[in-house]
Write a protein that binds this ligand. Structure first.
Ligand SMILES: CC(C)(COP(=O)(O)OP(=O)(O)OC[C@H]1O[C@@H](n2cnc3c(N)ncnc32)[C@H](O)[C@@H]1OP(=O)(O)O)[C@@H](O)C(=O)NCCC(=O)NCCS
Length: 88
């Protein structure tokens, strides 16, 4: 989406969503279906697991396992992702 910033060595999986204003540090990985909400910041080298969801404005400092919703600064586990969030 608009004004997202990808940097060096980032990897974006199929069906991943990068919302507006997101910034990915170098070498960040978004696995299949990962959703990064508007304005979130992903630290360099961090992986967001498959079908996980990052809340808007979050600052993600650590790897996020698959199928989880994380939010806040620093981002922490909010809940498990719902099944309907896990499929395209
Ligand atoms: C993270 C998200 C999925 C949570 O949605 P939800 O499961 O419906 O959660 P709720 O709105 O019920 O909030 C649950 C708690 O998390 C907090 N929270 C929700 N989103 C948050 C965020 N982005 N950052 C920090 N805290 C957040 C709420 O304040 C609430 O805390 P409380 O229980 O202490 O009151 C959602 O808020 C979000 O950020 N979605 C992405 C939106 C986006 O980027 N859209 C782009 C459209 S193009």
């Amino acid at each position: 989406m608009p004004q997202a910033v990808l940097t060096h060595d980032d990897r974006i999986g199929d069906y991943a969503t990068v919302a507006s204003g997101v910034r990915l540090g170098g070498g960040a990985v978004l696995e299949t279906g990962a959703y990064v909400g508007a304005g979130a910041l992903i630290r360099e080298g961090v992986t967001v697991g498959a079908w996980s969801l990052i809340g808007m404005g979050s600052v993600v400092l650590h790897d996020v396992p698959p199928g989880e919703v994380w939010a806040g600064n620093p981002a922490r586990l909010l809940r498990k992702a719902f099944v309907e969030e896990l499929t395209p």
